[in-house]
Design a protein around this ligand. Structure first.
Ligand code: RRO
Length: 311
């Protein structure tokens, strides 16, 4: 069965990968992803310097998903660039995604300049949608700021790049954001980051469940699947065909992956459920996807990718 998926000129054996932030902060976790059945992986969103992030508890599994306010804990940009360079040297036919999320535009420009002048051959992800830095609104919800940072980036940046977007909920916003993104030579957009900001509470203790921001945080898991699918579909149908879509949100099994692919996703990421099950999850989900494809008589993802029917 052909599960090949593509972003730009890169081909991946299958469409599965981790969602940035999950199982990808430490070298040991990235090593496990490398050894897993995932088609590729993305590193934890990096800032120029390492960060401890917010106080714990800051990630909690709840019945239908997760709530997090991690606050960008990461080992610093150089660590993830070095890791990616080593990966491509050891596996010349493979590449990974390198995610960055500066605390301000200058941070992002500084990291992108380093990537541009490095030997990195993979794909850069500019995260415009971290919901968890107090006092910092998500760039992706500020349309002018999004256009400005992309204009600044493409004054010099020559390598493959995509953006991680927050969820949008309104047709006018799908239209406006897609029109902005279509102005730039992006390789892909990634829909969606966690739905910020939600509030999960524990009735027995009459308390919030995470410590930062009085309990407010990004929601992931089954709660967000319909929102994720809507964003994948909305951008797939609005973006120029050379900009791919990566789907992320609510993926627990092969059926969820199939739905993201049907909406038009090239790659499909797993976050909350990966945190719960570990990298073994990729074996299970891949075989579930293949069973569904077999039942439906599909030999290749390209037979049904993006072909969601209207009624
Ligand atoms: O680290 C985080 O708090 C975080 C990030 Br950078 C992100 O992009 N999305 C999220 O849910 N948490």
């Amino acid at each position: 069965m052909n599960l090949t998926s593509r972003i730009s000129n890169f081909e991946f054996e299958n469409p599965l990968m981790n969602a940035s932030g999950v199982w990808c902060k430490e070298a040991e976790q990235l090593d496990e992803l490398k050894r897993s059945q995932a088609g590729t992986f993305v590193t934890k969103s990096a800032t120029p310097q390492q960060r401890e992030g917010n106080p714990s508890p800051r990630y909690v599994e709840v019945p239908l998903g997760s709530i997090n306010s991690m606050g960008l804990p990461n080992k610093g940009f150089d660590f993830y660039l070095d890791y990616s360079l080593r990966y491509q040297n050891e596996n010349p036919e493979k590449i990974n995604f390198l995610s960055i999320a500066g605390m301000c535009a200058d941070d992002n420009l500084e990291m992108l300049k380093k990537i541009d002048s490095s030997d990195f051959k993979g794909i850069t992800e500019l995260n415009l949608s971290c919901p968890n830095v107090p006092g910092k609104p998500q760039v992706g919800y500020d349309f002018e700021a999004t256009e400005k940072i992309l204009s600044q980036v493409y004054e010099f940046f020559q390598k493959p790049m995509g953006v991680k977007l927050p969820p949008y909920f309104d047709f006018a916003h799908f239209d406006q954001m897609a029109a902005i993104l279509n102005k730039f030579p992006l390789q892909y957009v990634n829909c969606i980051n966690s739905v910020g900001n939600g509030l999960y509470i524990d009735t027995d203790s009459e308390s919030v469940v995470i410590k930062p921001k009085d309990g407010f945080g990004g929601i992931g898991g089954a709660y967000v699947k319909p929102t994720a699918l809507a964003n994948v579909r909305a951008f797939y149908t609005r973006l120029d065909s050379q900009i791919a879509v990566i789907g992320c949100g609510g993926v627990e099994n092969g059926r969820d992956v199939f739905e993201h692919l049907l909406c038009g996703a090239q790659m499909v990421q797993i976050g909350t459920q990966l945190a719960k099950e570990g990298p073994q999850i990729f074996d299970r989900v891949l075989s579930e996807l293949q069973t569904i494809m077999k039942e439906k008589g599909y030999n290749s993802i390209d037979d049904f990718r993006g072909k969601l029917k209207s009624i």
